[in-house]
Design a protein. Structure first.
Length: 353
């Protein structure tokens, strides 16, 4: 009996000593409300009128009754996760909230701004209403009531933290995920609006993938300016002067949007930079010669900036990252075949120091 008790205590002690698993964000929803292709609820819901207009999701309450109206969009990815981040800009004339959870009063959460320059975390839990209103200590975070405020919810297991304009204003413990919807609430005759909505899942950091070992064939001659493949180099300490090509980073055709298949290589690059915090790099975007040069120039700059944004989300300081674009002006192969054009469509990075 004593041996079993000792074993249980020992297991608990070693579990306590085990390092916490690193979670990294993966963007699953980016909504700027330019249209309603995701079918956000519109029309009259309870006592408020909802619509999508000019890059905003807007709710206008009818009458001045304290009768909450909420419209939610179901986010299926949240159903299986207890770790996520929700961020959106919110504006309201007097009372409006970013809503998350369920549409019922069993498990609804509201996070918004109120009159008198205060924030509010409120909602329903098991059919009972609860409310936490910020005091004057947070007035600097909330600012003027009529302006836009960045509302951010970070949920890691049972711990939920709330941020207004980058300042943490509240935290609480939850025992379970409270529904899988996300949307907007208003009441008291107010108009409330959301814009620039983003949702990230927090997932375990991918394990480093060793570069496959293959027999070295006789090298094919390429232009002398072509950079070394980054895949193997990221497994070793980086050094000033290196120029490396991110060959396993892919974008939506003709756009600066990263594809999900790019995540492993970019996560390895972020880890390498975080392991060597003194290094600075310059990200350089390149395109082939298809299409107008002005468009190619802009696209090359935007793709380098997209990788910069990814690395910043993974903890790399923005001050360590420079970006530039060269359009189609620096090819490493002739643009005569699709294979060669694919080689020219690339992002490279240079270790500055």
């Amino acid at each position: 009996m004593f041996s079993r008790l000792f074993l249980l205590l020992a297991c608990g002690w070693f579990a306590h000593l085990a390092p916490a698993q690193t979670l990294v964000p993966r963007l699953i929803l980016e909504e700027d409300f330019q249209d309603n292709h995701r079918n956000w609820p519109t029309g009259l819901i309870n006592n408020a009128e909802y619509k999508v207009r000019r890059g905003e999701y807007v709710a206008k309450a009818r009458g001045n009754e304290n009768n909450t109206s909420v419209a939610l969009l179901f986010i299926p990815e949240l159903e299986k996760s207890q770790n996520f981040i929700i961020e959106a800009e919110l504006s309201t004339t007097s009372a409006g909230c970013l809503a998350w959870g369920s549409g019922s009063r069993d498990n609804m959460r509201l996070f918004g701004t109120m009159s008198e320059h205060r924030f509010a975390v409120c909602g329903w839990r098991g059919g009972k209403f609860f409310s936490t209103n910020g005091d004057n200590a947070y007035s600097a975070a909330v600012g003027r009531q009529t302006s836009w405020h960045t509302m951010r919810i970070e949920c890691r297991g049972p711990q939920v933290q709330y941020f207004v304009n980058g300042t943490r204003v509240w935290e609480q413990q939850l025992t379970r995920m409270l529904g899988h919807g996300l949307g907007l609430e208003t009441n008291l005759g107010a108009e409330a609006s959301l814009r620039h909505l983003r949702v990230w899942l927090l997932e375990p950091e991918p394990e480093p993938v060793a570069a496959p070992v293959t027999p070295e064939p006789k090298p094919t001659p390429v232009a002398s300016s072509e950079a070394t493949d980054a895949a193997a180099a990221l497994a070793t300490p980086l050094r000033a002067g290196q120029r490396l090509a991110l060959r396993n980073v892919f974008f939506v055709q003709g756009k600066p949007e990263l594809l999900g298949t790019s995540k492993p290589e970019l996560a390895r690059l972020a880890k390498a930079l975080n392991d060597q915090p003194a290094l600075r790099i310059r990200l350089e975007g390149h395109t082939d010669n298809q299409g107008p040069e002005e468009k190619n120039q802009l696209l090359s700059e935007q793709r380098a900036q997209a990788i910069q944004a990814f690395l910043v989300k993974y903890g790399v300081a923005a001050t360590r990252l420079e970006t530039t674009g060269y359009g189609s002006s620096r090819p490493v192969a002739a643009n005569d075949t699709e294979t060669n054009r694919r080689r020219n469509r690339r992002v490279e990075f240079v270790i500055l120091d």
